[in-house]
Design a binder for this molecule. Structure first.
Ligand code: ADP
Ligand code: ZN
Length: 210
């Protein structure tokens, strides 16, 4: 199964991707995580991407398309994959078509800007392993400490309130048109994001089985 998860930043794509990984045993490919790893490692790509990411802007298409081209060639993608955070622009979606990748479904997780703004302000991530938490909805066992690895929980720079507004604006302008793109080729399925993660997951699974 080859899936795309669409949705605004903070709509919960990453969380739902993890659930799909467990159930369907296919890898999730998060361009955001790949970029953050590159930034942390200080690679040439990471250095280029960092300024865009910190400002809440999209990283240039050619960098992102290269990442995806390389990643989906790996062995673990043989039975499919979930794309989380790609494509985010029409040229990226077009590049995926040009690679000859047959996507089965595009799940769009819909959450209002207001709810997203509230969620993102409470999001915390592990500085070591990138696991994510929330001050209200997904608290770690010990304040400020990662359950998985004991790392320190921090706020991503791009989760700062001004940056969140920039990311939402970017989403509406650049990414939302993908809904029409995939609707037109009969691939779009809309899921309303719920307050409880498990409720959204139930809707996501129902959409995938449909
Ligand atoms: P979110 O929490 O917004 O879903 P991600 O972790 O997916 O964020 O991405 C973080 C940042 O990485 C984005 O704000 C953007 O700068 C960059 N990025 C990730 N994926 C893409 C993409 N497909 N195209 C352009 N930029 C991207
Ligand atoms: Zn951790």
């Amino acid at each position: 199964m080859k899936l795309i998860l669409l949705g605004a930043p903070g709509a919960g794509k990453g969380t739902q991707a993890e659930k799909i990984v467990e159930k369907y045993n296919i890898p999730a490919i998060s361009t955001g995580n790949i970029l953050r790893a590159a930034v942390k490692d200080g690679t040439e790509m990471g250095v280029k991407a960092k300024s865009y990411m910190d400002a809440g802007q999209l990283v240039p298409d050619e960098i992102i398309i290269g990442i995806i081209q390389d990643r989906i060639k790996e062995d673990d993608c043989a039975n499919g994959f979930i794309l989380d955070g790609f494509p985010r622009t029409i040229p990226q979606a077009q590049a995926l078509e040009d690679m000859g990748i047959e996507i089965d479904k595009v799940l769009d997780i819909e959450v209002s800007d207001e709810a997203i703004t509230k969620r993102m302000s409470g999001r915390r991530v592990c500085a070591k392993c990138a696991n994510s938490y929330h001050l209200e909805y997904k608290k770690p066992q010990v304040d400020g400490v990662c359950d998985a690895c004991g790392g320190e929980l921090i706020q991503r720079k791009d989760d700062a309130p001004e940056t969140v507004q920039a990311r939402l604006a970017e989403y509406h302008e650049m990414t939302e048109p993908l809904k029409d793109f995939y609707q037109n080729i009969g691939k779009l399925v809309i899921v309303q994001g719920q307050e409880e993660v498990a409720d959204t997951t139930a809707l996501v699974f129902a959409a995938l089985e449909d």
